[in-house]
Write a protein that binds this ligand. Structure first.
Ligand code: ATP
Length: 406
């Protein structure tokens, strides 16, 4: 790693002091080359802008340990706690953070820069807790055909058409879509349709087209369209004619012409499938749905382990935590880990001695963080009761019954 690189990053940070990804990138580089005090200084500066930033917290904890020479004994069963693994972690972080630097290949529209992020996908199915059925369906829909192009030809199967992930918020729809890209070795582009519509009234068609063009240029890639319901919902209000054009544009882009979409795999997601425009549900479009539910106890264990694996922890009973977090979403669990890390960090800052994250921190966080899926299930129960005559939500109904909610 050259000094020039650090110098140019320092200059860039001076020019854009509030750019969090940039400053984190610099901090990770400094830490990976052993400059722990400066790494801590820059990570701490990130916390001033974004107090719960998980990457900054990890950097501070890891750099403090390395700096003070304290042994970092992690008691998570799968984790090693050697100096080498910390160095690897910092190096990996430096590489990961490169992926969050602003994309450089969209011409023209500055606002699109903020909304369309093209990322290398590092996570795999093994990083995603639970979701056995969802993984199997995704394997059948995307991965198996991709690995067996001859069979695809033989059976005339098409990889066209989108799959729609639906379920309560924070239960891993984006996460599993990112893992599909990771399994494919493809890039990942996530776009929120609600954001596009809010930001670009009057230019929706052009921007939908531009997003697909970015995806085509980035192929192979998974194009993840979040909040697909935004089109349907908004079409029914005053801006109806504008949004009809936008829906038509989206459908045209999904259909593609002359194999233009080769290597572009579209996954949609919504928390409100009942609001989706019927035109988007026709064959060849978002015609297949996949229910993504809150994690069960085993999955919660995997999720908690995933979110603790790069943090300095001691004596964590994952089984007990999993038992105590029935009904929590994956995002709730991630937030619990962040809250616990913040608690240990503040404690360390106050006492001047770095300490590990302990069971107490996590249990206090479980008490502080409430499960966030309740409201969604209230709505879902009504939908299965009053709007399920065609059986669209039978899988949801079956789940509600197993939980005694319907
Ligand atoms: P929303 O509907 O609000 O967009 P979502 O269903 O797309 O939410 P994600 O954004 O994928 O949810 O999940 C939020 C975070 O929760 C993820 O970044 C990840 O940290 C964690 N998470 C959720 N589910 C899992 C899982 N099965 N395994 C590991 N982490 C998970």
């Amino acid at each position: 790693m050259s000094d020039e690189l650090v110098q140019s990053l320092l200059a860039a940070v001076d020019a854009a002091p509030d750019d969090v990804p940039l400053r984190l990138h610099l901090a990770a580089l400094l830490a990976s080359r052993g400059d722990f005090p400066d790494a801590i200084r820059h990570a701490a500066s990130v916390l001033q802008t974004d107090p719960a930033n998980a990457d900054a917290l990890v950097l501070i904890a890891t750099s403090s340990n390395r700096h003070s020479g304290a042994a970092n004994e992690s008691l998570l069963p799968e984790q090693e706690s050697t100096t080498n693994s910390e160095t690897d972690l910092l190096a990996q972080m430096a590489v990961d953070l490169e992926g969050v630097l602003p994309p450089t290949f969209i011409d023209g529209d500055d606002q699109l820069h903020e909304i369309v992020e093209v990322e290398p996908a590092h996570i795999r199915f093994t990083d995603v807790g639970g979701m056995k059925e969802v993984k199997e369906r995704l394997e059948a829909a995307f991965l198996a055909p991709l690995r067996n192009p001859e069979l695809v030809k033989l059976y005339g199967k098409s990889l066209r058409g989108g799959l729609l992930l639906y379920g309560p918020p924070g239960c891993g729809k984006t996460f599993i879509a990112r893992a599909v890209a990771g399994e494919m070795g493809a890039r990942f582009i996530a776009v929120s349709l609600a954001e596009i519509l809010d930001s670009f009234v009057g230019a929706n068609e052009r921007n939908i087209h531009e997003i697909f063009e970015v995806a085509r240029r980035s192929a192979p890639c998974v194009l993840f369209l979040d909040e697909v319901d935004a089109l349907g919902q908004k079409r029914s209000n005053l801006r109806c004619s504008i949004l009809r054009g936008t829906t038509t544009q989206l459908l045209a882009e999904m259909d593609g012409v002359d194999n233009a979409n080769d290597g572009v795999y579209v996954l949609g997601a919504t928390n409100h499938p009942w609001d989706i425009d019927v035109a988007l549900r026709r064959p060849g479009r978002f015609d297949r749905t996949l229910l993504v539910l809150p994690p069960d106890a085993d999955a919660r264990k995997v999720i908690l382990r995933y979110h603790l694996q790069e943090r300095p922890v001691a004596n964590i009973d994952l089984g007990k935590l999993a038992k105590d977090t029935e009904g929590y979403s994956g995002a709730d669990l991630a937030y619990i880990c962040e809250t616990a890390a913040e608690r240990a960090l503040l404690d360390s800052a106050r006492s001047g001695t770095v300490r590990l994250i302990e069971m107490n921190d996590l249990q206090a966080a479980v008490r502080d963080v409430r499960p966030s899926t309740g409201l969604w299930f209230d709505i879902a129960r009504n939908v299965t009761q009053f709007s399920n005559s065609d059986g669209t939500y039978d899988d949801l109904l079956a789940y509600l019954r197993t939980k005694g909610l319907a």
